[in-house]
Design a protein around this ligand. Structure first.
Ligand code: UD1
Length: 358
């Protein structure tokens, strides 16, 4: 069996790592296509190196652009790749422009498409990720859902027959990295001379927080006013927007820092007092590491983290300050994101359904 995985943005490389490992272990031919959506070494190459992923077989080199320009360039480049490889499955990941471009190209070539991390919904139609995931789910032949909540969303949209609950592959890689780190001190702590448990880790990159200068200024000021140092692992997008509008990302408690490689990020979160973020993945990673999270958004796809008290949605300076200083959440053994073996399940489902259905 042959699978073509299409990835392009940082969280997709993390999800690719356990899939690649499981594919190799099962003797499946696995072709990796990198669209080039993320191209900075710290957003791309470092994940392939650190997580032991084979170098991409194909690199489309698309780069940045408006949604239409970026997605269109990927779509135009993808046809020839799929035509050449004619895989049993095209596997697409998450909700980025790379995801929708690959799904659209593959369905039009009548190549079966499987969507990993299917069924997540924010119900916020202003988010580019929401358009991407809804359209990808409806285009795909097989929907690999990470949670029961995602399964239910897909059923509500009439997609139950194509849905399989596999668990969350980010859990697979996170548990492995956490165990590999063990008690090793965080490189970030050593570099910045921080005290364990006495700082927050922050990431802010979503359009709704970065693209309006007034909003970005409020977010930066809110983080700057917190009661412990806040290390902002700054995505190039937030750096560019802040520079363009004269907004300081190092002010008060806020300290801007370059993004971290995956092991270093997990190490930094493990030793922190809490996470403040608008990232999807980091909310869940914080919960899995049992570190309290504050999410700077009006909604989340990972509703389980909020229901269990490990994540709080907060937008104003007051809400953010109250959320980060809230009492420590209650301990829980709940495992809504699976057992750390989702990737093996994904490969098995792809193998089972490759012959049967076509
Ligand atoms: C994309 C995804 C988002 C995901 C995020 C993870 C979409 C619509 N969004 O957002 O869901 O959470 O990746 O990081 O696909 N840039 C660089 N270097 C890079 C990549 C981007 O400088 O390697 C800058 C460019 O100015 C670019 C901007 O960041 O225009 C935005 O990048 P883009 O890939 O369009 O979206 P992300 O914000 O990264």
């Amino acid at each position: 069996m042959k699978i073509v995985s299409v990835v392009g943005a940082r969280p997709q490389f993390v999800k690719l790592a356990p899939i690649h490992k499981a594919a190799v272990a099962a003797g499946v031919e696995h072709v990796i296509v990198h669209t080039g959506q993320h191209y900075d070494p710290m957003l791309s190459d470092v994940f392939f190196d650190d997580l032991g992923i084979a170098a991409p077989d194909v690199h489309l080199g698309v780069g940045s652009g408006s949604h239409g320009v970026q997605t269109g360039a990927m779509l135009a480049a993808m046809d020839a790749v799929f035509d050449e490889h004619r895989p049993d499955w095209v596997l697409v990941y998450g909700d980025t422009n790379s995801t929708i471009a690959a799904a659209l190209s593959a369905v039009k070539l009548h190549i079966p498409v499987a969507h990993l991390e299917a069924g997540l919904r924010s119900f916020n139609r202003r988010m580019p990720e929401e358009h991407n995931r809804v359209m990808t789910d409806h285009a795909a032949d097989l929907l690999l859902a990470p949670t029961q909540v995602a399964v239910d969303h897909l059923a509500n949209e009439g997609l139950a027959e194509r849905t399989v609950l596999v668990g969350d592959v980010m859990t697979d890689v996170l548990f492995e990295v956490r165990d590999a780190i063990g008690a090793r001190p965080s490189a970030l702590i050593e570099e910045l001379g921080l005290a364990p448990g006495e700082y927050y880790v922050a990431t802010i990159h979503r359009a709704e927080n970065t693209d309006d200068p007034e909003r970005l200024a409020v977010v930066a000021a809110s983080l700057a006013g917190l009661d412990k140092p806040v290390i902002l692992l700054a995505h190039p997008r937030v750096v560019a927007k802040a520079a363009a509008h004269g907004i300081e990302l190092t002010q008060g408690a806020l300290i801007a820092h370059a993004p971290l490689a995956y092991h270093d990020l997990i190490g930094a979160v493990l030793s922190s007092a809490g996470v403040v973020t608008d990232s999807g993945g980091l909310q869940k990673e914080a919960f899995l590491l049992r570190i309290p999270c504050t999410t700077v958004r009006t909604e989340t796809e990972w509703v389980e983290t909020v229901e269990m008290g490990w994540n709080v949605l907060a937008n104003s300076a007051e809400e953010i300050a109250a959320a980060v200083s809230r009492p420590h959440p209650d301990a829980t053994d709940d495992a809504p994101y699976g057992d750390g073996h989702a990737a093996e399940r994904v490969i098995r489902v792809l193998q089972d359904q490759a012959q049967g259905s076509r």
